[in-house]
Design a protein. Structure first.
Lengths: 249, 306, 279
């Protein structure tokens, strides 16, 4: 097995704030890898650094064996796609679903657009009835499905997921998580998923990294976490917090 | 058309699940139209502008006399009457006919200015806002230089350099009126450039050119349309001002501003010579302003999601 | 739980006029509250927040509120004058909102805001107001109250801001507190600290608490009783301790569909929404 994503000593600096302080990780091909942390932990910044949306100050990112430079070429975006957190902000308000899905095909000059769009909509469980709707005619869960369809339409091998369900209701979250698992199985995708919710990460990922203040706290397998075999106090705190409120009196 | 078919057409337009690109687009337009037509004054404004278009199109039919040749012998400075509705001017020309033909020149000025100035402003603003950094600084300082001069003075300078005439007046007005559009386009661009939907397109590998053209500019266009419409009155007045100063349309062209200028000499005794084109300018300016207000309600991007 | 009823809600309805007609956000909600912790749980659009706002008197002016009964401590809230309502609000009924960033005044120091709140409802000297504000900041477990007193809202973290908000709301000694998603904007570890503080203060002062949230698990671990709302209606009222035996399929579905550490279920059970639930 080769590494789909290998990150070594990654530093990201915004103005003078060090958002990532030398983080390393390796995601195997076909693996689902989780990043857990609270706000300011740098977990989303790491995803953005991979896609080229955040400035890399030091360190190396290797995707599918290719070392990434300062800029990303078109081929990179056919391999790596991303689903954003806020389904209300990630769809263009003046474009129909059809336009949204056509755009990546037009950029990459892919010919069989009609078929691909229909297939993508079917795959995310929307069907062609949704094809000509605008974003405001969709619910939060439907929007996130469109965002997933858009990410899949270029047939990438790696999907970056930035809190894809945190803006959704619990019942819709379950549907979207199921959908993500299903497309991963069918397309043999590699996932790198960010969440603040330990339960979601253990549900979705085989391995995970706990992050705090721009640094890695520890790396665990999901079964280690389920068995509470963790070494850092911070992880233990997170675990306790995820079990709900316990009255101390 | 029966009530039932109207009803079903409305449902087709307002459908939550349009079945084709066309239906989606028409539905969106229909919602905007409903918002627009809820505003009575905006409808009045639209009627005035439609009236202007009709008059300009049918000038040959509507005008009973020639706009440029008058009856110098018998018809100088006649008061309004059944034969000459708005009276005649000092060269014996029928003022009503001149105003009808003048509508063409007014439209000519307004439309040309809009198609020259608005795209320049949109392009400069969107590029400056999206690129940021040096590009932004340079483009915006150029914009500031243009904004620093009063519009009419700058237009005067340009006309003085280019020579008088209506084409040059149009060019001068266009050159002086794009900076505010650039400002608006830049402000809109700054609000959308960091949104996730623009990042999503970046992550598809789209070129900056494509992002600005296809994803950012459509977000700027509605505020720009509103602003241009509201500016139309100002454009007409600037054109009239240039005409009045003798630097715009040259005689015998029936341009409304130039007509007021020539009527100025008789304003105390033959008031109608200046009053008729003045009223025409007033009404058309009012029409554009009301229309602009209505468009603001209908197209406001911030309410576009409802 | 003592027998006295603090709040009595019977057939509460909130209706919004829209372009396409009337929309009922709350459709006949009834419950009563003693000096206890009541959770209101529901997904977005269930009307849970509008229920809280209607009790508080913060419904937007274009909306209509009606009820067979909406009584606080025996007083009819709907027939009250706006002035009486205002006097009640912040004094005997207080509300905490989701994000302290939007509910604290950005140009006034935190301490002054707390002291001002006290002085609008009670006649106390400036010095005494300051003293009590400092004591209140201490009560919400802010370690250095004198320093935080002079800070502005943008200078403190989200958790600290929410504590300050709780201090401000509690300083007048309200009998009923409505907390609308008070911890949703906070990190999980901070969330528990804030809940602990809230829990202690509510218990010490014998307040009634309405805790509005989308998080069924959190609410059930924090509250005594849970009201589950769906599409503007109450589908189930249940003791938090008996939530596992919930009867309504919606409540059960909500509980089931969340991933839990140590309970592997692939795929997750999803909620089948039945039209008769909202009928």
């Amino acid at each position: 097995m080769t590494a789909a994503i290998a990150i070594d000593g990654l530093e990201v600096i915004f103005d003078r704030f060090r958002a990532l302080k030398g983080v390393s990780l390796e995601v195997k091909e076909g693996e689902s890898y989780g990043l857990v942390g609270e706000s300011g932990s740098g977990k989303s910044t790491l995803l953005r650094a991979i896609t080229g949306l955040a400035p890399v100050a030091a360190g190396a990112i290797t995707v599918n064996g290719k070392r990434l430079g300062k800029t990303r070429d078109k081929a990179f975006y056919r391999d790596v796609q991303m689903v954003f957190q806020d389904p209300y902000g990630s769809l263009h308000p003046r474009q129909t679903v059809d336009r949204l899905l056509q755009e990546p095909l037009a950029i990459h000059g892919i010919a069989d657009g009609e078929k691909r769009i229909e297939r993508a909509l079917d795959e995310v469980g929307l069907g062609t009835g949704f094809r000509f709707r605008y974003a405001h005619q969709l619910s939060g869960g439907q929007r996130q499905r469109v965002a997933i369809a858009r990410a899949l339409i270029l047939e990438p091998s790696i999907l970056l997921l930035d809190e894809p369900t945190s803006a959704l209701d619990a019942s819709v979250q379950a549907e979207v998580l199921n959908l993500l698992e299903e497309v991963r199985r069918r397309r043999k995708l590699t996932f790198l998923m960010v969440s603040h919710d330990l339960a979601i990460i253990t549900h979705m990922c085989e391995r995970l990294m706990v992050m705090q203040n721009g640094e890695a706290v520890e790396t665990l397998t999901a079964s280690q976490l389920i068995g509470h075999r963790v070494s850092a106090d911070y992880t233990r705190n997170l675990l306790r917090a995820s079990e709900g409120f316990v009255r101390t009196a | 058309m029966s009530v039932a078919t109207i009803q079903s057409r409305r449902e087709w337009l307002l459908s939550d699940r349009p079945a084709s690109r066309l239906q989606a687009r028409l539905g969106r337009a229909y919602v905007a139209w409903r918002r627009f037509s809820a505003n009575r004054l905006a409808l009045v404004g639209m009627l005035i502008i439609i009236g202007l278009l009709v008059v300009a199109a049918l000038a040959d039919v509507l005008a009973p006399y020639s706009p440029t040749f008058g009856d110098l012998k018998n018809a100088r400075l006649l008061a309004p009457s059944a034969a000459h509705w708005f009276g005649t001017d000092d060269l014996g020309r029928d003022i009503y006919s001149r105003i009808v033909y003048g509508a063409r020149w007014t439209l000519y000025v307004v439309i040309l200015v809009a198609i020259i100035a608005a795209p320049i402003g949109l392009l400069v603003g969107a590029v400056a806002g999206y690129a940021g950094g040096w590009t932004d600084t340079i483009l915006m300082r150029i914009t500031d230089i243009f904004l620093a001069f009063p519009k009419l003075v700058l237009a005067l300078a340009f006309v003085a350099a280019l020579g008088p005439g209506i084409e040059n007046a149009v060019l001068a007005i266009a050159i002086t009126s794009w900076p505010p559009y650039a400002r608006i386009a830049r402000a809109e661009t700054l609000t959308v450039r960091n949104s996730d939907y623009i990042k999503a397109v970046q992550l598809m590998g789209a070129s900056p050119f494509r992002i600005v053209l296809r994803h950012i500019m459509p977000m700027c266009i509605s505020s720009l349309i509103i602003r241009v419409t509201l500016d139309m009155a100002g454009i007409i007045l600037t054109a009239a001002g240039l005409g009045f100063l003798g630097l715009g349309a040259q005689p015998p062209l029936p341009e409304w501003g130039a007509m007021i200028a020539s009527g100025r000499r008789f304003i105390l005794d033959q008031w109608w010579v200046a009053a008729a084109p003045g009223a025409a300018i007033l009404i058309v300016s009012l029409g554009f302003n009301l229309l602009g207000d209505g468009l603001r309600d209908a197209l406001d991007p911030r309410s576009g999601d409802q | 739980m003592s027998g006295d009823t603090l709040l009595d809600v019977d057939d509460l309805r909130v209706t919004f006029p829209t372009r396409t007609g009337l929309v009922q956000a709350v459709r006949g909600v009834s419950f009563s509250l003693g000096r206890e912790r009541l959770g209101i749980v529901g997904e977005s659009g269930s009307g849970k927040s509008q229920t809280g706002r209607a009790i508080m008197g913060l419904t937007p002016p274009q909306a209509q509120v009606s009820a067979k009964k909406l009584a606080f401590d025996g007083m009819d809230l709907l027939s009250m004058s706006p002035r009486q309502r205002r006097a009640l609000r912040g004094n005997r009924i207080a509300m905490i909102l989701q994000d302290p960033k939007y509910s604290l005044d950005p140009v006034m120091s935190i301490g002054r805001q707390i002291a001002e709140t006290l002085r609008t409802h009670e006649k106390v000297s400036k010095a005494e107001a300051r003293e009590r504000a400092l004591a209140m900041l201490q009560a919400v477990q802010i370690r250095d109250p004198a320093r935080v007193f002079d800070l502005y809202p943008h200078e403190v973290s989200g958790g600290m801001g929410q504590r300050a908000m709780i201090a401000m709301m509690l300083i007048t000694g309200p009998e009923l507190m409505i907390a609308d998603e008070p911890t949703s904007a906070l990190d999980v570890t901070v969330q528990l600290d804030v809940l602990n503080i809230l829990d202690k203060l509510v218990a010490e002062r014998g307040m009634g608490l309405i805790f509005i949230s989308h998080d069924l698990r959190l609410v059930s671990s924090f509250c005594d009783r849970v009201v589950v709302m769906y599409a503007g209606k109450v589908v189930e009222q249940i003791k938090a301790s008996e939530l596992r035996d919930a009867r309504h399929p919606y409540t059960r579905g909500l509980l089931n569909c969340m991933p839990r550490i140590g309970f592997e279920r692939h795929p997750l059970p999803v909620l089948e929404r039945k039209p008769e639930w909202s009928a």
